[in-house]
Design a protein around this ligand. Structure first.
Ligand code: ADP
Ligand code: ZN
Ligand code: ZN
Length: 756
């Protein structure tokens, strides 16, 4: 009987593809197997088998599978297949988009020229040659003569490293590199080889870092922490998700470590997700001290080869038990998942914006756990409104930890009115006297300071004071940011760089100047104000050449003041920080978005939480032109509940999540009129489906053209009663109708089920 396989292929079409399984392959093509198939004219692709069956598809010819890539069992596990299906559906993208996000490219070779298949790393090792005496100890002088100094030196090194003298039968493996010592010794090694004293052989070695050192017991939990741990375990008996709401520095990480140990002891795997792995070497080291080589790290900055090795290890006989990863780690093959931890669950960076699948990592993790029969723990000092309301409604468990570890006090927070100070001429550049004084005092006491500002570069825009001309990107509708260190103006949307003109191109004025300020300028002013201090800057520009050393230097006290963007807010744990300054809270509070207050509260509370974590009291200075803003007072009083209640009222009044489900449809294209026409027509059709009051837009987003593409966005507020399937069907219907009215040519539509 003929058998067929439905296969996901990495192409942007919203369907599966059916192939005939040739007789000899029928036993090896299984659910989750990777198969090699012909596609289109002479192309060959790797696909994932979703199911096999005996139903011949309704087509002229059915092509055959060419080969199976998985000989020892499928690469993609059943829970993963389910998750992939859910993602394509929920995120409204093609199964191929999900596949590309799931499988490292080294695991899906194709026939195209840029195909870079996975290459195992091979190393050259040295072993004893036939002429090396078995009698030990060996007298090198009689063996090699008096003159061959270099050869003797190298052979001696081999004997030492391999322990040959004490165990000539089974010497330890030694790499050729270890003998070569920098390369000046190749000739001598060559001679030893030619004379048969040593031989070389090749061996496949992995790229994954190995933990050297001994693992340690984690510290004992305080009684408050023990209680929280107990609370989490209890709530997970009846619920699938538990939210740990613990103030900054309450020791959430230590609680996770204890939980992980318990799941591991039951033979379960644990997935530990963090918003941005770039900044998590600290946590990695803390976990590695306890879990050693049972764990690995996985994120989008890992090379594809490393991703393949992690993947192979996880589908092999000895899988990792703990994976610390960024959002993409939810797609790893985990056979035996017992627990998912989502730390800093409120973080916007759990959301993938582009390309598709546009998924929310936290929500996807909860789904993964549900599919795998595992539990989820969400942790944060400032939970998202979504999660906290789920906890209050009883859908999730809730465990609260209100005290910092060792009874440290939360920092005191002072709000400083910069408009008033400037009027009275008390502001010195970017700094209020309060901030300057606090930093001075910290430095005098050998303490450290963190200065937060959410804009990188030197100045916000370059503009002409005479005619108002602003330097903009040629291909995006956005003003440029001036970077003094490279003396260029750059576009933070497409990355293009420009020279700043000497004179205004519009009126010829020579007085062009920068407006607004970024972290580069903060660094410059700090250097002037605190000449003796050692200063470092942590933002996307400096992170390029190694955020790790920046963080390490600050942690070890080799720098005194750390200036940074929101990168400094994410769960970093520095013991010596007594002062945190937020230079311009206004820029945080003014995003034109319904989440802006939530973001502002979370960001400020998290940045403030970096102060006073260890045996010193912390102080936070928030500079602002709007000292009366209610959110500032809530941050100052650490009033999460007050913040939550007010925000929820607003969300209810204006029908925003968590009271509705939000989806966005984005139209992009080079022809602005076509885009406007198409998106207006689509909005009308959507309004017929969802009701006028539930469709917003089309609107031009704040940056309405990126990379020559004009952008219009439509927001749909769907009732929570409506299923994702229904919503998707309605949207599809509206799109089909718009297309039939012939207004979608030249327009690319994309969907986002969790617009941020
Ligand atoms: P959070 O994740 O809640 O911000 P951390 O887990 O980073 O807090 O803990 C803050 C600091 O206190 C860390 O340096 C951590 O090592 C230390 N700490 C927390 N709990 C304990 C404990 N039980 N024993 C020893 N040190 C602890
Ligand atoms: Zn001008
Ligand atoms: Zn640009």
């Amino acid at each position: 009987m003929d058998r067929y396989a439905d296969v996901i292929l990495p192409v942007p079409l919203n369907q599966l593809f059916t192939y005939l399984i040739p007789e000899p392959l029928q036993n090896s093509v299984k659910e989750g197997s990777r198969v090699y198939v012909p596609f289109g004219k002479g192309r060959r692709l790797t696909g994932i088998t979703v199911r096999t069956h005996g139903v011949r598809p309704d087509a002229h010819t059915v092509k055959e599978i060419m080969g199976v890539l998985d000989q020892d069992g499928p690469s993609v596990l059943p829970p993963q297949l389910k998750l992939m299906e859910w993602m394509a559906d929920y995120c409204m993208c093609s199964p191929g988009d999900v596949m590309k996000a799931t499988l490292p490219s080294g695991l899906r070779p194709d026939s195209s020229a840029n195909d870079k298949p996975y290459k195992p790393r091979v190393e050259v090792f040295v072993k004893p040659g036939p002429k090396l005496p078995v009698q030990t100890p060996i007298d090198l002088s009689s063996l090699l003569g008096k003159t061959a100094v270099k050869q003797k030196e190298i052979l001696q090194r081999y004997l030492d490293l391999s322990g040959y003298d004490s165990n000539p039968e089974a010497p330890a493996p030694v790499t050729r590199k270890a003998l070569a010592d920098g390369g000046k010794t190749w000739a001598a090694i060559r001679s030893l080889l030619d004379n048969g004293f040593i031989e070389t052989y090749e061996l496949e070695t992995g790229r994954l870092p190995q933990f050297s050192g001994r693992t340690q017991e984690p510290p004992e939990l305080s009684s408050a922490q023990q209680q929280a741990l107990k609370g989490i375990k209890e709530s997970l008996r009846s619920k699938n998700v538990c939210l740990l709401h613990g103030v900054t520095s309450s020791g959430k990480t230590e609680i996770y470590i204890n939980l992980i140990r318990e799941y591991m002891a039951q033979g379960k795997q644990v997935l530990y997700l963090l918003p941005e792995i770039a900044l998590t070497t600290q946590i990695m080291h803390r976990l590695q001290r306890v879990f050693g080589d049972d764990m690995t790290v996985y994120h989008s900055r890992c090379s594809d080869n490393i991703r393949v090795e992690v993947w192979n290890r996880l589908t092999g006989p000895n899988p990792y038990k703990l994976i610390l990863g960024a959002r993409s780690a939810v797609m790893l093959p985990l056979r035996n998942l017992g627990l998912v931890i989502v730390d800093e669950e409120h973080e916007p960076s759990f959301k993938q914006e582009d390309p598709a699948p546009r998924y929310q990592g936290r929500n996807t993790a909860i789904m993964l756990a549900a599919i795998s029969g595992a539990k989820t723990v969400l942790g944060s000092a400032t939970p998202s409104l979504e999660s906290y309301s789920n906890a209050l409604s009883g859908k999730y468990g809730l465990v609260t930890l209100t005290e910092r570890f060792r009874g440290m006090k939360l920092p005191t927070i002072e709000i400083v009115d910069t408009a008033d100070l400037r009027r009275r001429k008390y502001m010195k550049g970017l700094f209020s006297p309060q901030l300057t004084e606090s930093i001075r005092e910290a430095l005098a006491n050998g303490r450290q300071a963190i200065l937060f500002h959410n804009r990188r570069g030197y100045s916000g825009t370059v503009e002409c004071p005479d005619c108002g001309w602003v330097q903009k990107c040629d291909c995006c509708d956005v003003s440029l940011t001036f970077h003094k260190s490279s003396d260029t103006a750059s576009c933070h949307y497409c990355g293009r760089r420009y020279r700043v003109p000497l004179a205004c191109p519009s009126c010829g004025s020579k007085a062009l100047r920068g407006r607004g300020f970024g972290t580069e300028r903060v660094e410059e002013e700090v250097a002037q104000e605190f000449p003796g201090a050692r200063v470092a800057r942590l933002d996307l520009d400096t992170a390029k050449d190694g955020y790790e050393s920046i963080i390490n230097d600050f942690q070890e006290g080799r720098t005194d003041i750390l200036i940074g963007t929101q990168m400094v807010s994410k769960g970093l744990d520095f013991g010596g920080v007594s002062v945190v300054g937020i230079l311009q809270a206004d820029s945080i509070m003014s995003y034109p978005d319904f989440r802006s207050t939530e973001r502002a509260y979370q960001l400020m509370a998290q940045v403030a939480g970096r102060a006073g974590r260890k045996d010193i009291e912390g102080k936070v200075i928030i500079q602002t032109r709007q000292p009366e803003a209610p959110v500032l007072d809530m941050v100052r009083r650490n009033d999460y509940n007050g913040f939550f209640n007010i925000q929820m009222e607003e969300r209810q009044a204006f029908r925003y999540p968590p009271y509705t489900r939000l989806l966005s449809v984005t139209a992009k294209g080079t022809d602005m009129q076509a885009i406007e026409r198409a998106s207006s027509a689509l909005a009308l059709n959507l309004a017929q489906m969802f009701g006028q009051e539930n469709v917003l837009g089309p609107d031009a987003p704040p940056v309405s053209r990126v990379q020559y593409l004009h952008i219009r966005r439509i927001i749909i507020k769907a009732s929570l009663q409506m299923t994702v399937k229904t919503i998707r069907a309605k949207i599809n219907e509206a799109v089909t109708k718009t297309a039939s009215q012939n207004s979608l040519s030249g327009v690319t539509l994309s969907y986002d089920a969790d617009p941020q």
